[in-house]
Design a protein around this ligand. Structure first.
Ligand SMILES: *Cc1c(COP(=O)(O)O)cnc(C)c1O
Length: 315
């Protein structure tokens, strides 16, 4: 091994230990259930993003098995060469319909959806205005784009407006970007105000709805639906890896936006598409969202029960 590399790695790992930031991975044995066995111990699992329990839902499991038997385990190519299967297109149409938008493109993950989209749309001379607590994949997308980046304090719409006013005369494209529901505290962005400001100052509006997908809005349509902002957000990102129970991310918007991403989003162009089982699983999940409202109801009931319990315990 390179001595240089080894010295670097040992030093960095030592630092992590020193700062108390070193972690070992918890190992899940068996299924990702509300009570699960991690590292040999049964625990109440409050840490997964499997909000609706769909990743063990029998209909989804069946869909994955059937698709594998019919179409094999892998797609065999990137989307733009030979890796677009009928199932991939069916899923994109299904999501577009669900979200009430013209079109949708599915990526390998929410991470690649954000990073690939932001970096495809913005470039040198453009400006991105981003909430300070936005997800890492947005931050990476911003950096990859080489656009200028201005960060506003968390959910601070006055600060956002100030930046928009200050930068009004700049010639490049402007993007206002926020998580719909934030990863760390689960709080919801003040979208009506943010959307209004973006429109007033002529900025592109993008919302990352990873945590709201399958959770907020009618049948889990997300924060845009929750706030009744249909048609007012140019770019909506969602994930298939959390409440939907499988894996993947998607971007919803105009037909032109999606056509453009088909040509310019680098993860779409240069990384192999989902195995058929994943696409089929996600299709089955959207059936569940629309036909079995009890899962979302139960999620909210559980959340309320837990919060009330914490209140009673004076947390
Ligand atoms: C989890 C998450 C992502 C990434 O989604 P994956 O599908 O897990 O890659 C993106 N944005 C936000 C806000 C997230 O919480």
């Amino acid at each position: 091994m390179s001595i240089q590399l080894d010295t670097f790695l040992s030093h960095e790992l030592h630092e992590l230990h020193e700062k108390g930031l070193y972690r070992s991975l918890r190992i899940l044995e068996g299924q990702q259930l509300p009570q699960a066995r991690f590292d040999g111990r049964m625990v109440v699992n409050l840490s997964s993003n499997n909000y609706l329990g769909l990743n063990t839902h029998p209909a989804l499991v069946r869909a994955a098995i059937e698709a594998t038997e019919r179409f094999g385990v892998g797609s065999g190519a990137v989307r733009s060469i030979a890796g677009t299967m009928k199932l991939h297109i069916e899923l994109e149409k299904r999501i577009a319909q669900f979200k009430n938008v013209e079109a949708c493109v599915v990526f390998q993950s929410g991470f690649t959806a954000n990073a690939g989209t932001v970096s495809a749309i913005l470039g040198k001379g453009d400006l991105i205005i981003s909430d300070e607590l936005n997800h890492a994949s947005i931050i990476d997308g911003c950096r990859l784009s080489r656009a200028d980046i201005r960060v506003f304090p968390h959910k601070d719409t006055e600060a956002l407006e100030k930046i928009l006013a200050e930068t009004q005369a700049l010639p490049g494209k402007k993007l206002v970007i926020t998580d719909g529901v934030f990863s760390m505290d689960g709080d919801i962005a003040p979208l009506p105000k943010i959307v209004e400001l973006a429109a007033r100052y002529g900025a592109i509006m993008m919302v990352d709805d990873a945590h709201a997908s399958g959770v907020l809005g009618k049948s889990g349509r997300g924060t845009i639906d929750h706030f009744g902002l249909h048609g007012k957000v140019d770019i909506q990102v969602g994930t298939l890896s959390k409440a939907i129970g499988a894996m993947g991310g998607y971007v919803c918007g105009s037909r032109n936006l999606i056509e453009y991403l088909y040509h310019r989003a680098r993860p779409f162009l240069f990384s192999t598409s989902h195995p058929p089982a994943v696409a089929a699983t996600c299709l089955a999940a959207f059936d569940i969202l629309e036909n079995e409202p009890q899962w979302i109801d139960r999620l909210w009931k559980n959340a309320r029960l837990f919060k009330d319990g914490l209140d009673k315990l004076v947390f």
